[in-house]
Design a protein around this ligand. Structure first.
Ligand code: HEC
Ligand code: HEC
Length: 379
């Protein structure tokens, strides 16, 4: 506990010294950073973007909760969301939501891509009733206007009239946050894996076995978690940015507590998608920092990385061992939506034995950004 506290304090310090002081934003990045951390921008002044996307926790939600961090608490301290808060490191690498030449959906923010760009995304949390819960754009602009330093910076960058028009003012606020999210700190590419590619780090034997396995045709991962299947290509994001259904069951514990009863249709609920066959598909997440960003999957159903990997084995072999979720001691449970499960890709390859799981975990740990490597000790 003490060491974790120390670590978190050190990381906060790192962020504090890495950027200009909160109270005196001078440009778009520092203004965006200040807004990202400002709890005054939520209804009861309880919650900032950083409450759920904590820098020291790879921009995920590290707060204790009744659902083990599977989903996040809103500004009212009661409302629970229905989706796990993803890390937003590398979110600036996700392409704009579009269809490729093969008619496949690609990119977009949120796990169903409903925000085509980071700009569209950043407008949402302020007004979401289970997040920052502000009633309208004007109230967000009013809260920002309470702070003289914000006003001064916004006027200097966007012109003296920026706050007179609530639409323009809200767009300027969003623009600042997104400029912060596009900063290099959100895509450092400095993990052991990146250092290995640059000849600065030597993989351990187990990490190397995991690496070779991950890129190989022996198991299925390469079909969805690689942008470029060639090994040794720099800045790999470990996702193809496409949408797939891997057949996850409902997270019953979360649903009992948040009262949600409807199914999570994933991509089919994206307003730009009019195709019921897309139900159950979610955007393949990047596996960068995955070892320090549990719980896993869109509904936070798995606590451990081992479990998230072992889950895939049920498509390759069906025997007593792999039909059991080690976290519950019961069967995995049937898929929330089964029609669209991508069996063709999931059934590729051989069983993922216990040794292979270990090697894959060792490899995935090398995808941790340098500044989060200390978090690995607590896993
Ligand atoms: C109450 C917790 C909470 C707060 C506060 C919050 N977020 Fe999020 N954020 C989430 C959750 C949950 C998701 C995934 C939701 C989904 O896919 O439907 C998400 C998704 C995102 C994504 C998309 C990531 C991806 O890979 O698709 C970005 C970017 C993001 N948030 C930025 C922000 C910003 C900027 C703010 C402040 C304006 C903010 N968030 C406030 C919980 C939160
Ligand atoms: C058919 C495409 C597909 C294949 C094959 C696949 N994945 Fe995934 N993976 C996904 C999708 C989609 C998600 C998100 C699912 C969701 O949340 O509904 C995911 C999620 C994950 C997560 C959780 C990430 C997080 O942040 O929550 C891990 C870990 C993971 N995959 C590892 C692997 C490994 C290891 C393999 C190979 C054994 C693999 N995946 C094979 C599509 C795939």
């Amino acid at each position: 506990m003490t060491s974790r506290y120390l670590l978190v304090s050190l990381c906060s310090l790192y962020f504090a010294v890495g950027w200009p002081a909160l109270a005196e934003p001078t440009d778009l990045v520092s203004l965006g950073r200040a807004l990202f951390f400002d709890t005054n921008l939520s209804l009861t002044r309880n919650q900032a973007c950083s409450s759920c996307h904590e820098p020291a926790r790879a921009f995920t939600d590290g707060r204790a909760s009744s659902v083990g961090g599977a989903v996040s608490l809103g500004d009212d301290g009661i409302s629970l969301g229905d989706r796990n808060t993803p890390s937003i490191v590398y979110a600036n690498q996700v392409p704009i939501f579009h269809k490729n030449d093969n008619d496949e959906y690609i990119g977009g923010l949120f796990l169903d891509g409903r925000s085509a760009t980071l700009e569209e995304q950043a407008r949402e949390p302020f007004l979401n009733p289970v997040e920052m819960a502000m009633p309208d754009q004007k109230s967000v602009v009013d809260r920002v206007s309470e702070n003289a330093a914000y006003v001064q910076t916004l006027q200097a960058i966007f012109g003296p009239d920026v706050l007179l028009d609530e639409g323009k003012a809200f767009a300027a606020i969003v623009d600042s946050i997104v400029t912060f999210e596009r900063a290099g700190m959100f895509s450092p590419f400095d993990s052991k894996y990146d250092r290995y590619l640059r000849g600065e780090y030597e993989m351990t034997r187990e990490e190397e076995i995991g690496r070779v396995l991950f890129f190989s045709q022996l198991i299925s991962c390469h079909g969805c978690h690689l942008l470029d299947s060639r090994e040794s290509v720099g800045n790999e994001l470990f996702t193809n940015h496409k949408y797939h259904n891997i057949g996850l069951p409902v997270n019953g514990t979360v649903r009992e507590r948040n009262g949600v009863t409807e199914i999570d249709a994933g991509l089919a609920a994206n307003p730009r998608v009019d195709d019921p066959a897309m139900a159950g598909k979610f955007r393949v997440p990047s596996l960068r920092n995955v070892a320090v960003t549990g719980p896993y999957m869109h509904n936070g159903i798995f606590s451990d990385l081992e479990t998230a990997i072992l889950f895939y084995d049920k498509y390759v072999v069906s025997n007593e061992i792999t039909s059991i979720n080690p976290e519950t001691g019961s069967e995995w449970g049937s898929a929330e939506i089964s029609e669209s499960i991508d069996l063709e890709l999931l059934q590729q390859g051989q069983p993922i034995t216990e040794e292979r799981v270990k090697a894959l975990v060792a490899f995935l740990r090398t995808l941790t950004d340098q500044r989060y490597e200390t978090l690995l000790d607590n896993q």
